[in-house]
Design a protein around this ligand. Sequence first.
Ligand code: TYM
Length: 326
Amino acid sequence: MKKGRVFSGARPTGRQHIGNYLGAIKNYVALQDDYDCIYCVVDVHALTTMEDVGEIRENTREMMLDWLAAGLDPERSIIFVQSRVPEVLELYTFFSMITPLGRLLRIPTFKEKARMQPDNVNYGLVGYPVLMAADILLYKAEVVPVGEDQAFHLEFARETARRFNLLFGQTFPEPQIRLTTAPLILGLNGVNKMSKSLDNDIELAASPEQTMERVMTAFTDPARRYLSDPGHPDVCNINHLHQFFTDSADRSAIQEACRKAEIGCVECKRILGSNINKALEDFREKRAEIAAKSGYIDEVLADGASRAEAIAKETIFEVKQNMGLI
Ligand code: TYM
């Protein structure tokens, strides 16, 4: 007997990075044991920021390869593309009628995106959290595994569930956020969150050489300018990343050596790069195997869409009934 339903989604940004993995995908995989899980490639959300819409299909394929190789199991979980189940757009429209515009304009992620693309502050960008609430509530998900950067959106989805229930009667559960132990991974510049658009990421599917090269460009403790300066692992992003790829005895030894200036940043990064490569060896092998199966991803997504649609139709019927539309 499963404990309930899980939903999560990600924009089709292509190859996933270790921030996506540690912050979200790790939980997607783990939750499959105890929950009915639904994972969605949110292509409609991507349209709010995407410059080149033509990339969405290829990006979806690359992302699916990462998800499947990381352990998402289409036998146990529903995996699908958002636009293939158009009921979400109905719910999005209904929710938009009960959402105060002022509330959306105050959401920090909207302000941030509006700042980043001042020439394209489109209507969909303002409604982004409404569509995300529709994603989650359409499937009546109780648990939503995401990174910390999605916390405001989750809070908004909870509010939307409460508002709808208050206006039209109990319909939706209030979804709970589920964070991993690494809810926010910083990028290689050590300042912003790791993200593809900031080009500060390490892709899961990168080659060992590319991975090592990327790690070598990472910023470390800014106070350590010379090899002879003692380091401060507590403020060093490389040390933070070691936490997820290096076993604890080795990590303590590296920290100790760093504090005494017995190991340099280059060596410390080389160890990290090599441990990331070791940790991802099986993943990369499995990814190549899946990529070689022609038509497999399309099959997974078609099957996922039809299973998702069956649930979506039930919810939309209930929603319309509760709203008095039918
Ligand atoms: P997206 O596509 O930006 O990211 C996908 C998932 O990866 C997490 N993540 C991170 N976690 C830790 N450190 C990082 N540097 C990092 N970068 C990304 C994100 O938190 C996310 O969990 N709005 C969502 C997509 C979405 C969604 C949903 C999520 C649409 N509908 C419904 C959950 C439920 C987004 O843009 O994620």
